[in-house]
Design a protein around this ligand. Structure first.
Ligand code: 6PG
Length: 485
């Protein structure tokens, strides 16, 4: 029996769709799932009449793939990956390649890379974005590991299955060791930020302007024509969907508690380690944490007399808003559009900055313009911003911030007024906009020649003799603050 081109472990929705995608590009695949029934059903039903064959043990899987073997793991990040590697290693030979296509923590990937490489095998940590649709029809792929292995064994296959942008397939060699999973972590961190700022715009529209889900859907759809993104597009669709049971907008029937699997949190933790400020992304992770403490929020909100949407003074307060801020509904919407747009750019700016610093610190040698290029299609953060991000990094790989680039600085100059007014109006009405306001403060910090840290440094010197520098001459100074009190 002829051997398969690749083995794939894990037939969850991503694994299944990736297997179908790979096969549709002319490769044969052997699939394995720890549930034999799942393997059996997939191969005999969805994958019937395709060059996809089943394996019911790791031994059978390894024996059925041509050498050097490519074995792709599409399983839950964390301990399951180590466990599968443990079981595969005794069965594999020199030169074989283990490919982890999940959302693994990049430090785990470094550890696994070392372990597998020492045994004479290759380990590739590959970020894959695009959800189930992308896996089937073309994801954005972020492969990290040895470049030689990528070029000789994976480039052709991954280029065939990736999403295709106008300037080529959405895959490129990212960098050594864990670089692929690192970049995927940053992709997801940006994803958290963008999702949160969209959700905040929605919240302002419903709580301050009293707009219905359908009206908000129409507004996002309209905004998306000007500045489009996948996340905005699906948001308009989500808001337009009615609940089959009640006929109400489905979004109104969904509990306001969002889950998270960790990539955004890891991103923020790593940004702290690198000393890179990511306030928009960090606020988005914190917003998910706040969403999860629903019972605490219910308790505290009722003790402050807030029990529902009406307590934001919808409608009745509309006149008062107009009086207080001098804005009407249509100018608030215009401002909100600016706030959403610039906050979104800040989320990308923070992520891109992380990539620049991580590239240096971790020796990844990242090419940021290439990363922007492969995010242009297939992935969750694809957006009409990305061609401009690509261009900005092509022009200057070491730029200080996207904010100052030719591609974006004009928008910041023109649209910050609306951003400020929208944030102020939200705050005045008690509508939390943590990511939009954090993004704005990030921008204000970045554009401030003087911050308040002179005072913080003086405080440090007062209680801990931590010394300070002066604005008027070089040197390190300390004041005996108690003397002469
Ligand atoms: C993607 C997504 C994908 C997944 C995230 C969701 O790029 O295709 O990011 O990887 O949907 O893991 O992350 P949370 O569960 O943490 O929201």
């Amino acid at each position: 029996m002829p051997k398969s081109d690749i083995g794939l472990i894990g037939l969850g929705v991503m694994g299944r769709n990736l297997a179908l995608n790979i096969e549709s590009k002319g490769y044969s695949v052997t699939v394995y799932d720890r549930e034999p029934d799942v393997t059996e059903r997939f191969v005999s039903e969805t994958a019937a009449n395709r060059r996809i064959s089943p394996a019911y043990s790791y031994k059978e899987l390894v024996g059925s793939v041509s050498r050097p073997r490519k074995i792709m793991l599409m399983i839950k990040a964390g301990a399951p990956v180590d466990s599968v590697i443990d079981q595969l290693l005794p069965l594999l030979d020199n030169g074989d390649i283990i490919i982890d296509g999940g959302n693994s923590y990049y430090r785990d990937t470094d550890r696994r890379y070392d372990r597998v490489s020492e045994l004479g095998l290759s380990y590739m940590g590959v970020g894959i974005s695009g959800g189930e649709y992308g896996a089937l029809n073309g994801p954005s792929i972020m492969p990290g590991g040895d470049e030689e292995t990528y070029n000789s064994a994976l480039k052709e296959l991954l280029s065939a299955i990736a999403a295709q942008a106008e300037d080529g397939p959405c895959v490129t060699y990212i960098g050594p060791r864990s670089a692929g999973h690192y970049v995927k972590m940053v992709h997801n961190s940006i994803e958290y930020g963008v999702m949160q700022v969209i959700a905040e715009a929605y919240d302002v529209m419903r709580k301050v302007l009293g707009m219905s889900a359908g009206e908000i859907s129409g507004t996002f759809a309209e905004w998306n024509q000007e500045q489009s993104s996948f996340l905005m597009e699906i948001t308009a669709e989500v808001l337009d969907r009615a609940d089959a049971e009640t006929g109400q907008p489905l979004v109104d029937m969904i509990l306001d508690t969002a889950g998270q699997k960790g990539t955004g949190k890891w991103g923020v933790q790593d940004a702290f380690d690198l000393g890179v400020a990511v306030p928009t992304i960090s606020a988005a992770v914190e917003a998910r944490i706040m969403s999860a403490i629903k019972s605490e929020r219910m308790l505290v909100s009722s003790s402050f007399g807030r029990t529902g949407l009406r307590d934001y003074g919808i409608g009745a307060v509309r006149g008062a808003i107009e009086g207080a801020t001098g804005c009407d509904a249509s100018s608030l919407l215009r401002d909100l559009k600016d706030a959403l747009y610039l906050s979104t750019v800040m989320a990308y700016a923070e992520g891109m900055k992380m990539l620049q610093v991580a590239s240096r610190e971790y020796g990844y040698g990242l090419r940021c313009h290439e990363i922007a290029r492969i995010w242009k299609a297939g992935c969750i953060i694809r957006s009409s911003l990305l061609p401009r991000v690509q261009e900005a990094y092509l022009e200057d790989a070491g730029q200080v911030s996207l904010v100052t680039t030719r591609q974006f600085s004009g928008d910041f100059r023109r649209r910050t007024g609306g951003w400020r007014r929208a944030v102020m109006t939200a705050l005045a009405h008690g509508v939390p906009v943590p990511a939009m306001s954090a993004a704005l403060s990030h921008f204000d910090n970045l554009t401030s020649p003087f911050l308040s840290a002179n005072l913080v440094q003086a405080q440090r010197d007062y209680f801990g003799a931590h010394t300070y520098q002066r604005v008027d001459r070089d040197g390190v100074f300390h004041t005996d603050w108690l003397k002469g009190r």
